[in-house]
Design a protein around this ligand. Structure first.
Ligand SMILES: [Cu+2]
Length: 334
């Protein structure tokens, strides 16, 4: 079942049930406002144009689009507080990893990684999760929540669940399916980034999400291919354009399975490190950082000279199996 009439009436029923539970002053009383309204100041002064002809996952989503796309939800006010509503549907779709390889993914909203969900510390987060994935799946969020909202109870195929919790603590987090074997469910694509911004937003920067992923194509518990943001070697063929002398903030997450840890290395530069995105001031500086499974960090840097600079794990085998990319530093706009 796709975005059919059946799905839509199903969503309607669930949301209206939630509205009933929320009471008369509940959802919908004030209507939605522009989803990103509160976050405009976080956007960079200039984002390089995205070419329309870039390869996609087959669903219209290119890694170039993904890396700067943040889903702030539908923003509502309920009893004086900000609520962000998200709709996530588990699906199974085929991804063309390269000219020779097609891979059946399990994913959120038809894309790998799932949408980057974003809220501000203290917001209420409400996620309508529909499972059309063909297997039982869940959404397990990293962060604080009650045990009911922990996302370990299976949501059977063809059913739905509403996750609801406060966005705490601020940092760079993730969500993923928690059905056993979890390794398989995460590895097949059921993972995404969950950013909780601090109460006082970080300074303006060109913000980029990089998710390190591995593909165990033959189910031998080893990854044969790796990628940043779904497609192996994509950013080698299509460098991420950034500007000289402009602050870049990278949200980097390792969701690779089977490898105990991955490193992230940046060429010709050093980055400030904000571990798990949970500090306002950097705690160190380096050009390589190690991340275990599900580990993630905010990294900030600025290039002073135009040119092309690589980023990749400092494991050559993994980098050369697809987890490699380029930043193309453009001269500063006049
Ligand atoms: Cu699952």
């Amino acid at each position: 079942m796709g975005e059919s009439e059946g799905t839509n009436s199903w969503k309607k029923q669930l949301w209206s049930r939630r509205r009933f539970l929320a009471g008369a002053a509940g959802v919908g009383a004030t209507g939605a406002v522009l989803a990103n309204q509160r976050f405009d100041r976080l956007r960079p002064a200039a984002i390089p144009a995205i070419a329309a002809d870039l390869p996609t996952q087959g669903n219209g989503i290119s890694p170039m689009q993904f890396c700067r796309e943040f889903d702030y939800g539908i923003v509502k006010q309920e009893n004086g507080r900000t609520v962000r509503e998200f709709e996530i549907t588990a699906k199974s779709t085929t991804l063309k990893l390269n000219d020779n390889t097609e891979y059946v993914t399990w994913n959120y909203n038809g894309r790998v990684p799932g949408p980057t969900l974003r809220a501000q510390a203290g917001d209420r987060v409400r996620v309508l999760f529909l499972n059309e994935g063909g297997h039982a799946h869940t959404m397990h969020f990293h962060g604080f929540h009650t045990s009911e909202m922990d996302g370990i109870r299976p949501v059977r195929n063809g059913t739905a669940f509403i996750y609801e919790f406060d966005a705490e603590p601020y940092g760079l987090h993730l969500y993923h399916c928690h059905i056993a074997p979890v390794t398989r469910h995460i590895g097949k694509g059921l993972h995404g980034v969950f950013i909780i911004d601090p109460p006082d937003p970080r300074p303006p920067a060109d913000e980029i999400v990089l998710v390190m992923e591995g593909y165990d194509l033959d189910e031998d518990e080893h990854n044969e291919l790796y990628a940043f943001n779904a497609l192996p070697n994509y950013y080698m063929q299509h460098p991420i354009e950034i500007y000289q002398n402009q602050l870049v903030r990278v949200y980097v997450l390792n969701v690779t399975e089977f490898d105990p840890a991955l490193t992230f290395h940046l060429h010709a530069n050093f980055f400030d490190i904000y571990p798990t995105g949970m500090t306002i001031a950097p705690t160190g500086k380096s050009d390589v950082i190690t991340m275990g499974m599900a580990e993630r960090h905010i990294l900030e840097f600025t290039y002073s000279l135009p040119g092309e600079y690589m980023f990749h794990p400092h494991h050559d085998k993994i980098a050369e199996a697809g987890c490699m990319g380029l930043f193309k530093v453009l001269p500063q706009a006049a």
